[in-house]
Ligand binder design. Structure first.
Ligand SMILES: [Zn+2]
Length: 312
């Protein structure tokens, strides 16, 4: 057995996903267990024991661990500074896990780890530089430049969802206003759809039954049938495109990778974004093209990317 395998751990609010990853990005074995925020380090160690047993390996076969964490991290100190959804603050996760398991541990923000996973082993493998934007409950993402994850000072940067696209605009989950997340998350899309229905009791959107039935697909489903639905989608796409234009103009990556539930719309989402970007990308037509593509690694990018923190 060669000594080039790593644990990749992706900590979520409900589950901790883990994988043993060989250094070509091959997942040897994966498993998940419920998250217990009161005993996070113990949970991770327990998952590692399950993974090791499942893969029929011994501890000496595994030479490092990467952990993606849902919050603000200090990658240098190995501390989870703040994870609201786990109610964890200043949690020295690297030290707690490392002293028990005896192999090097690296940590990263979970969205950054997932961006690295997608870059190395998903649609991003065709590019040297990419910016990933995940459109889910929030807007996450990460930046990879020349094959390396760009995390900002001590891992606190690349907060793509909290770039401001409308100063003083809609309230964001972070407590500030006007962030991309407040317009381009699935949560924002649902909010705008419900608002359109409330504003117009005659909207065809009401055919779904009630406001409670609205999800991230509703406005897209009624796009061709209802002017209000069209307005919601057009507005959503415009805000998302303005965020994308900023990332393109700053980083000029080879690709923007979109992930998250909203991307199930495929070309219906991509086509109008690309059209809008023609006017918003600096020196469009003269400067290198930027591909806008949809992520491939839906559920395992986080664990793969976390393991790659050691490989990368
Ligand atoms: Zn924000």
């Amino acid at each position: 057995m060669t000594n080039n395998m790593f644990y990749g751990i992706d900590v979520g609010g409900t589950f901790i996903k883990g994988a043993i990853v060989a250094d070509g990005g091959k997942i040897v074995y994966s498993e998940k267990i419920p998250t217990d925020p009161d005993n996070l380090a113990e949970c991770i160690l327990q998952l590692c024991a399950i993974l090791k047993k499942g893969a029929n390996l011994t501890q000496k076969d595994i030479c490092g661990m990467g952990i993606g964490l849902p919050g603000l991290v200090d990658t240098e100190k190995g501390v989870l500074l703040c994870a609201e959804n786990l109610s964890l603050y200043n949690y020295p996760i690297k030290e707690l896990v490392e002293k028990e398991i005896g192999i090097p541990v690296k940590i990263a923000n979970d969205a950054n780890a997932a961006a690295l996973g997608e870059h190395l082993y998903g649609v991003g493998k065709n590019y040297r530089s990419s910016v990933m934007i995940t459109l889910g409950t929030g807007v996450g993402g990460g930046i990879v430049i020349d094959g390396k994850l760009f995390e900002g000072n001590r891992g606190a940067g690349a907060e793509i969802g909290h770039t401001v696209i409308e100063f003083g605009g809609e309230k964001c989950s972070c407590g500030r206003r006007g962030c991309l997340e407040a317009y381009a998350s699935a949560t924002a899309l649902i909010r705008q759809t419900k608002k359109a229905m409330t504003d117009n009791p005659k909207s065809k959107l009401w055919e779904i039954g009630s406001l409670d039935a609205v999800d991230g697909k509703t406005a897209f489903d009624f796009y061709a049938l209802d002017a209000d639905a069209k307005n919601v989608v057009d507005g959503y796409v415009e805000k998302l495109a303005s965020g994308i234009a900023n990332f393109i103009n700053i980083f000029r990556p080879e690709a923007i990778i979109l992930g998250g539930g909203v991307c199930a719309q495929g070309e219906t989402l991509l086509r109008p974004i690309k059209k809008l970007l023609e006017n918003e990308i600096f020196a469009y037509g003269l400067s290198p093209e930027v591909d806008i593509v949809i992520a491939e690694r839906k559920n395992d990018a986080g664990a793969l990317g976390a393991a790659s923190l050691l490989i990368n």
